[in-house]
Design a protein around this ligand. Structure first.
Ligand SMILES: NC(=O)c1ccc[n+]([C@@H]2O[C@H](COP(=O)([O-])OP(=O)(O)OC[C@H]3O[C@@H](n4cnc5c(N)ncnc54)[C@H](OP(=O)(O)O)[C@@H]3O)[C@@H](O)[C@H]2O)c1
Length: 383
């Protein structure tokens, strides 16, 4: 079992190493580690938006996980690795895009594992994705657990395939080299410290600024940022080597998520609710055109994301609860925290009719256990 080093005055305990530290999960994880008194070293890329770490007392190293030597140099002297970095994408993209996704997520993971092994850094906790967890093909909405195998023969996104292959890198390292590695599987993250920002964070801001004119049905598993951070720490401390654990706070339909945005912002939901079957056809056409003619144009409703929402995948977090003592907290509190962050810290919610939140959005929202959550007002629209 691995343990994080904590700071005691005058001691030079080795730092833990975090990749992807400026991203949504990483920025929340680093804040929690620092709050817990853990020394942290991060790997950043010079050209990236690293605002998520501004003002934090962390050791900064620079490099790309596709570069084995740079990764090895950065990890040297660390004890415990959180490998969070990944190229997130919900598009099929062109050849260059798919290559980038593969190289960052699969070869990058291979490099981080190898660098950790060769420098004696101890346990690696890699962030997995619920979109790369298997499900019952005949009944996709039946709860998925860790034992279910990702099925690559369906139409899947390059990102989903890459995260499945990244897990295989972990299991290969565990089997062939006896490496101590645990996968913390993450669902769609909601919470503060979303500096880049995430697709979900952007969608909530667009909603609050009345720039979201329609929404689709379907549903997914969502995880509060604080819960996925807790999951990573639990994996590092108590996870069984060579195992993966799914962390989710709650399943929500999209209309239910819209209901939470409506509640938190005071902005009424758009009247148009588009069936996902119709949206899928529209997004296929739009994505085909944009990928070829305007590859850099951000696509809001991608076919891959719509297909995922239509499956209404549910997560079984029983293994994490039983083995690690994981207790999900309130998604409503996470939405409030995210809203406050984008409103106060990023200042991007400018609609004068949107409510001014009282919490500051930097992880300061109240800690409400999930069982105290009140069912959201879905306005009768939940599917
Ligand atoms: N957010 C979600 O809803 C969600 C859901 C399921 C799983 N996950 C998993 O959770 C992890 C973190 O996600 P996130 O939401 O925090 O993503 P994020 O906000 O996009 O952050 C990812 C970070 O990794 C960095 N990175 C990407 N490729 C890199 C490379 N080759 N070398 C070094 N750094 C690199 C990114 O830099 P750039 O800014 O330059 O890209 C960014 O700082 C990922 O493993 C993801 O697969 C997330």
């Amino acid at each position: 079992m691995a343990a994080e080093a904590s700071i005691s005055p005058g001691s030079r305990v080795p730092p833990v190493f975090v990749t992807g530290a400026a991203g949504h999960v990483g920025a929340n994880l680093v804040r929690r580690l620092l709050d817990d008194g853990v020394r942290v070293r991060v790997l950043l890329r010079h050209e990236d938006n690293n605002q998520g770490l501004e003002g934090l007392d962390v050791e900064r190293t620079f490099g790309d996980i596709r570069d084995l030597e740079a990764t090895r140099r950065a990890i040297e002297g660390c004890r415990g690795v959180y490998h969070v970095a990944a190229r997130i994408s919900t598009i099929e993209g062109n050849r260059a895009h798919r290559r980038e996704v593969f190289e960052c997520n699969v070869l990058g993971t291979r490099n981080v594992l190898r660098a950790a092994r060769e420098t004696g850094a101890g346990r690696v906790v890699m962030t997995g994705s619920f979109s790369a967890v298997g499900y019952d093909l005949d009944n996709p909405s039946a709860p998925s657990n860790e034992a279910m195998q990702f099925y690559p023969m369906e139409r899947t996104m390059p990102y989903e395939r890459s995260k499945s292959l990244a897990e295989h890198e972990c299991w290969r390292a565990a089997a062939a080299a006896g490496q101590d590695v645990v996968v913390a599987t993450c669902c769609a993250v909601i919470g503060g410290a979303d500096f880049l920002p995430s697709r979900l964070g952007r969608a909530m801001c667009d909603y609050s600024n009345r720039k979201l004119h329609a929404y689709v049905d379907g549903g997914f598993e969502f995880v509060a940022a604080r819960d996925i951070v807790e999951g990573h720490l639990l994996c590092m401390r108590h996870g069984r080597s060579g195992e993966k654990y799914i962390f989710s706070s709650e399943y929500k339909t999209i209309p239910e998520i819209i209901g939470l945005w409506e509640e938190v912002s005071g902005v009424p939901r758009p009247r148009r609710r588009i069936p996902s079957s119709a949206m899928l056809v529209f997004s296929e056409v739009a994505s085909f055109y944009l990928s070829r003619c305007h590859p850099d144009f951000p696509q809001r409703f991608t076919p891959g994301a719509i297909r995922l929402l239509r499956k209404r995948l549910h997560a079984d977090t029983g293994k994490a609860q039983r083995e690690l003592g994981f207790r999900p907290t309130s998604l409503r509190a996470a939405v409030r925290e995210a809203y406050a962050f984008h409103y106060h810290q990023r200042g991007v919610i400018t609609n004068p009719d949107a409510k001014r939140p009282s919490v500051n959005g930097a992880g300061q929202a109240e800690h409400v256990p999930a069982d105290r959550d009140v069912p959201p007002d879905t306005g009768g629209a939940a599917s």
